[in-house]
Design a protein around this ligand. Structure first.
Ligand code: SF4
Length: 351
């Protein structure tokens, strides 16, 4: 029997693990969900998981079914989900209670319970390793900004205290209203790193958040402490920026543009899309929810501008059949803005 099927028979999903370099376990907060169901007398409950955890969905339902009152129906969202911007509103409208796993709230709603799935990995060993990349502690220059993702937010205050006890003055701030917590960053919003410091310590997994952070704040030294993969690196956005310059250059000759408006609840920038179409006779508005290379392949245009999630443009850009630009890059490509002003696309506000 595989480890996976052994886990399956145990039925305890409050601490189900995903195997990474460290064993990662998530707290699905079953008790809280059951309390919310009871408080509201909910009979139809929708559950939405991010992509990496969809495979756990049926087992979470099994566990909830065992413990919820008879008659409560659980429904799983099969829609792609990459952020709190990405609520399955179709399913939500058909439920009394909607549980969104893996992200902190982008906008509070009485109908939605957000279960952030905090990581159980101890961040302090890797934060300790990362201190080698910070300014010397104790001196006048011992200042550092601290940011993290939703998964490590539950340890954020401890991280601040840990650094301060060791001689760093730690700067933090809450970004704009797209961000729930002080010190939190999203893949499209690094406003919490707008801090009067030269060095920012990012604690979290993956390379795209800190790369975005470094592109948004090119003047800062961004140190990445990744507790999941147990590595410390310094963000180097040059390769990424070259890729973006390359895309802009290729789009400069475009005679027709597809302007994408994303219909996901937290990814729409209607005004931005409308302004582009209004100012360019060769631009065509395309509305869609999931923006993928396959879905765009049949459109006969020379380049796209994506007004939805910026990460689709920066992370998946090379996979589209023609250049895919952010709105700011589009301005550079059509000559409305000098190429030197090319910057990372960030997304502010909610809906
Ligand atoms: S718009 Fe993209 S980067 Fe921003 S929260 Fe949504 S999925 Fe994440």
């Amino acid at each position: 029997m595989s480890q996976e099927s052994e886990e399956r028979t145990q039925g305890d999903l409050t601490r189900t693990g995903m195997s990474l370099r460290h064993d990662r376990e998530w707290d699905y907060e079953m008790d809280r969900i059951l309390e919310e169901i009871a408080d509201r007398g909910a009979e139809r409950v929708g559950l939405q998981f991010p992509e990496g955890l969809k495979r756990r969905g049926t087992r979470v339902v099994d566990d909830l079914r065992q413990r919820a009152p008879d008659g409560v129906r659980f429904m799983l969202s099969g829609q792609p989900c990459y952020g709190a911007c990405d609520l399955d509103t179709y399913l939500m409208r058909r439920t009394d209670l909607f549980v969104h796993f893996g992200h902190s709230p982008m906008k509070e709603s009485d109908q939605i319970v957000y279960v952030p799935l905090f990581s159980n990995v101890d961040p302090f060993p890797i934060v300790e390793d990362a201190t080698a990349e910070l300014p010397e502690p104790g001196g006048d220059d011992a200042e550092v900004g601290l940011v993290t993702t939703a998964q490590h937010m539950n340890r954020f205050e401890e991280m601040v205290d840990w650094l301060e006890e060791r001689g760093w003055a730690v700067h933090t701030r809450r970004g704009d209203d797209r961000l729930t917590h002080e010190g939190q960053v999203l893949g499209c919003n690094y406003a919490s790193a707008d801090l009067p410091v030269e060095t920012v310590l990012y604690v979290g997994g993956g390379k795209f958040h800190p790369l975005g952070l470094a592109m948004e704040h090119p003047e800062k030294h961004v140190v990445i402490a990744d507790p999941v993969n147990n590595v410390v690196t310094v963000a180097d956005p040059d390769k990424f920026m070259k890729q973006r310059y390359g895309a802009v250059h290729r789009a400069m000759d475009a005679e027709s543009w597809g302007v994408i408006f994303c219909t996901k609840i937290g990814q729409g920038r209607w005004e931005v899309a409308q302004d582009i179409v209004a100012s360019n006779d060769d631009a065509y508005l395309i509305t869609m929810d999931e923006v993928t290379p396959d879905r765009l392949r049949n459109f006969d245009v020379d380049a796209f501008v994506n007004t939805g999630c910026p990460r689709i443009t920066t992370d998946d850009g090379p996979q589209f059949h023609v250049p895919m630009l952010t709105p700011g890059e589009y301005e550079c490509a059509v000559g409305d803005r000098p190429l030197e002003e090319l910057s990372f696309d960030t997304f502010h506000g909610t809906w």
